[in-house]
Design a binder for this molecule. Structure first.
Ligand SMILES: NC(=O)c1ccc[n+]([C@@H]2O[C@H](COP(=O)([O-])OP(=O)(O)OC[C@H]3O[C@@H](n4cnc5c(N)ncnc54)[C@H](O)[C@@H]3O)[C@@H](O)[C@H]2O)c1
Ligand SMILES: [Zn+2]
Ligand SMILES: [Zn+2]
Length: 371
């Protein structure tokens, strides 16, 4: 079938919105009519080359839509079902899935290959060539053919545009605080970087019962939004946050710090780790350019203060349980998704959306297909 999608042909180039041809869904695959897609910073890492991607590639991994057609052997989804994409598939059977770590599912190994799980092929074609898809999804498109392991069914009465956000940013940011950081009632939390992930981390920390939440961002509008959604204080830099947290905790420092800046660098880790107390948890959620391999930290303090420096994929969440759970929290008024969406764009404006992300104008930009 014919559709339209935003393709990256070469590193450093803008996204190109153009006509594509889609193969029908093969075994265990599903054709989804996309409704919305969040603009996550990770797609931009692919565009700049900070994160390797198989080019050409259809962008987008934080999406929502309606099932149009299912391939042979699909029993869990039917035409008409509303779905959210999970940027890591979960098979439900591998050691990780079956021990409650779906974010680490063995199927994750296919994501960087750009090849479909079932047969190693590709389903998108443009300009006479095969095109891969970001996270084997490619949500910057009017339609996508994806494996059923990458789709989570949601209730029909949840607005599909807001639901898209839970496909990556909300779940990862929330889980950074609640699952990886293990924020407990009364704790002091610092969130560094208030984009889509950071604002979800602030909300996660609030709902986990944090006493003080310090949101750090150089952009005033981000700090103001953080205060509305649960932050108790703000700072413009990690250095300023350190002074504040020293003052507020009488020198004890924070229990948890979460790094959700747009692009992380090795030299951010020392000041970041300096924010946490003895036994503190420092959660690195932001992505570093893959060529950067070096971190300098005061190792003696790291050891003797028993600090924990924690990596994080998808907020250590279980997408099949956590995506519906987070949407229930929204339904019941505990999680604010509306305030996360600063600007909506049609697919053709995807580059404007990323320019707005990079200039600090959006908490989250949202592509709404067909708008
Ligand atoms: N680990 C994972 O599973 C996972 C999943 C999704 C995204 N990510 C990564 O998380 C990061 C955040 O993503 P996003 O979409 O929220 O990005 P974003 O660009 O929307 O937000 C980043 C925010 O950080 C702020 N910032 C930049 N430099 C800063 C600094 N030195 N101190 C404080 N704030 C600073 C920016 O002003 C912006 O508000 C990205 O690196 C993204 O690739 C990781
Ligand atoms: Zn993402
Ligand atoms: Zn699995």
């Amino acid at each position: 079938m014919h559709s339209r999608a935003a393709i990256l042909w070469e590193t450093g180039q803008p996204w190109s919105v153009e006509d594509v041809d889609l193969d029908p869904p093969k075994e265990q695959e599903v054709l989804v009519r996309m409704v919305a897609s969040g603009l996550c910073h990770s797609d931009d890492h692919g565009r700049t080359g900070d994160m390797p991607m198989v080019l050409p590639v259809v962008g987008g991994h934080e999406g929502s839509g309606v099932v149009e057609e299912v391939g042979p052997g699909v029993t869990t989804l039917h035409p008409g079902d509303h779905v959210v994409t999970s940027y890591i598939p979960s098979c439900g059977r591998c050691p990780a899935c079956s021990t409650g770590h779906q974010n680490l599912c063995d199927l994750g190994r296919f994501l960087m290959t750009g090849k479909m799980i079932v047969d190693g092929g590709r389903r998108v074609h443009a300009r006479g060539t095969e095109v891969s898809t970001m996270s084997l999804l490619g949500t910057f498109a009017e339609h996508a053919v994806v494996h059923e392991a990458s789709l989570v069914k949601i209730d029909d009465d949840i607005p599909l545009d807001l639901a898209a956000l839970v496909g990556c940013g909300v779940t990862t940011g929330w889980g950074s605080a609640v699952y990886v950081g293990k924020v407990r009632p009364g704790e002091v939390v610092v969130v560094v970087g208030v984009g889509g992930l950071g604002i979800a981390a602030v909300q996660g920390a609030r709902l986990a019962g944090a006493d003080q939440i310090i949101a750090v961002d150089p952009v005033a509008f981000k700090r103001e939004t953080a205060l509305k959604l649960g932050a108790t204080d703000t700072a413009e830099s990690m250095e300023q946050a350190k002074e504040l947290v020293v003052e507020r905790t009488r020198g004890r420092l924070a229990d948890v710090a979460i790094l959700t800046v747009g692009v992380a660098h090795g030299d951010m880790i020392a000041p970041f780790l300096a924010l946490v107390a003895k036994n503190g948890r420092a959660v690195v959620t932001a992505i570093t350019p893959h060529t950067e391999r070096t971190v300098e930290i005061p190792l003696m303090e790291f050891t003797l203060w028993q600090k924990q420096l924690l990596g994080n994929t998808f907020g250590a969440a279980n997408p099949r349980a956590d995506i519906p759970m987070l949407l229930r929290l929204w339904q019941h008024g505990h999680l604010d998704l509306e305030s996360m969406v600063t600007t909506r764009y049609p697919l053709t404006e995807v580059n404007t959306g990323y320019a707005d992300l990079l200039s600090g104008r959006n908490i989250r930009g949202l592509l709404v297909h067909g708008s």
